[in-house]
Ligand binder design. Sequence first.
Ligand SMILES: *Cc1c(COP(=O)(O)O)cnc(C)c1O
Length: 389
Amino acid sequence: MIPALLSNYAPADLSFEKGEGVYLFGNDGRRYLDFFAGIAVTSLGHAHPDIVKAVSDQAGKLMHISNLYRIPGQEELAQKLVDNTFADAVYFCNSGAEANECGLKMIRKYFAENGQPEKFRVIGFENAFHGRTLATIAAAGQEKLLEGFGPPMEGFSQVPVGDIELVKAEITDETAGIIIEPVLGEGGIQVVAPEFLRELRKLCDERGLLLMFDEIQTGMGRTGKLFAYEHSGITPDIMTSAKALGNGFPVGACLAVEKVAKCMSVGSHGSTYGGNPLAMAVARTVVDTMTEEGFMEGVARKGARLQQSLKGVVDRYPSVIEELRGVGLHIGLKCKVENGALINALQKHGVLTAKGGDNVVRLLPPLIIEEEHIVEFISALEAACEELA
Ligand SMILES: *Cc1c(COP(=O)(O)O)cnc(C)c1O
């Protein structure tokens, strides 16, 4: 007999009864400081009163209606996102992978609608992560994601991040676009140089390619800007968001400029749940909160403050932590010891963090952390490092 639950995860033997702000309460009777936020999802913390109210008010009125009818909440939220980004139009779905599927389909559709259906290939980057659907695992191209699932979907290739000449060399007459995370999150908080993003923009303009940013992890305030592209001074043609957009309620979005968005004609794409009234009520509350005066400045300030303290710890324990990476509150500690060992030691000291690629421990605290939580985290990290050094 196998367990009734599919064995595709290997969860830690710990569950939680409830969460409150930046804290989680475990079934082991302990309180934990949450420095992973459900993998960059619960950015406004647990049981945020405005989110709780949005869910319960909307659930008591109307959760779902389908896209057979107008959903005013979609129109309102799309307008808010358009007002706060480069984009001209937004499509709503239920997860990150789905948002990327939409973006990748948009790239192909744009060229098909413009009389160049032979252009369908998308260049991605090594160590990227774009989700678990057949198209998104092909876009990331990592063997560990593709293994066992047959021939990868055609039309994707990868080059290393950072060398524009290698990107140029990869372009053929069939190339339609480029997909990149401004910070490779699952890959281990590998920050892409803004200069490289600007080179990609220039290359796409020169060669008539579409530039797509996967901001599923970097977006919604994680880096101290609403979206990470704002640090680079350039804008993509397509951008995806999910994770923190619903603060735990499943919702994703694909944003695009007009010339791309207008190619998605009636019937070309869709989702039964996508953009349902409940998801829209929650995401609207998240966007409203994050676009309040001073919110993003606060995230940037707390990110700088936390990173400054982390630098001190990294300097003191070089045998445990090799390097500090990150932007804002999107932070990685590249470990000398096995990353799982640091995560376990931190958990023992009451702090929860997440693994990343490249032997990194990811620090993804809720954006609402305060000075006292930074102090609490640093003292737990010092204790953990002391043990491992
Ligand atoms: C999490 C993530 C995804 C996938 O999102 P899901 O909601 O798990 O489908 C895609 N891209 C990036 C950069 C992510 O961090």
